[in-house]
Design a protein around this ligand. Sequence first.
Ligand SMILES: Cc1ncc(COP(=O)(O)O)c(C=O)c1O
Length: 256
Amino acid sequence: MTTLPMPAVRPANPNFSSGPCAKRPGWSVEALKGAAVGRSHRAKIGKARLEQAIDLTREVLQVPADWRIGIVPASDTGAVEMALWSLLGARGVDMIAWESFGAGWITDVVKQLRLPDVRRIEAGYGELPDLSTIDFDRDVVFTWNGTTSGVRVPNADFIPADRTGLTICDATSAAFAQRLDFQKLDVVTFSWQKVLGGEAAHGMLILSPRAVERLESYVPAWPLPKIFRWTRNGKWTGAFLGAETLNTPSLHSSRI
Ligand SMILES: Cc1ncc(COP(=O)(O)O)c(C=O)c1O
């Protein structure tokens, strides 16, 4: 076995940065000065902060105007689970994984949702699977940047513009660090605790018009708990979008 020598050059900030990430350079507690502490997220000021977080997300990530952005419970994991449980089952699914988080989404789809038509397209640590074998007329679930192996997709060129399935992308280690091509992505999830170095607990879910169409036209065969429910009697309730969070976010989060 080869033993690698200890690197002579160390990073300026040696803290583990896979998440929760370090604060941005120059951050200090002063940044929390205007935080709406002690106020309700349903109050005017709280709602305005949440709206600002969504507006800035759209602006910085260049999310198209007709893609919807919501703040959802349970960090990136909550956002991914919400997408899997609410959208999958309408057609076959290709699950793509090359490290532990992608593998975890496969476990959920195969062992918890128990979908009958699942193809697993996988590679070991340090490698990317053959993306040309993905069938985009099926739904496709993949991780943009595989945090635990450090392997990412190079870009979104492998995704056809005229796909009929949905692409569900766990982009938590990519959003704000790597360019995301939203025209090729129907569901994008991430959490503030990653690249932004913000607070944990809530996740972000970005939905294309085709993903919204699926939500409004497809009712999964399984029951959905309150934290995953978008529709009532087959109708969109507006839940999880804009400043309408289901449960209580920390208003520190809006002052990252
Ligand atoms: C690729 C990937 N997906 C999901 C998660 C889970 O993120 P969260 O703790 O925000 O739910 C992580 C966190 O490390 C991750 O790296």
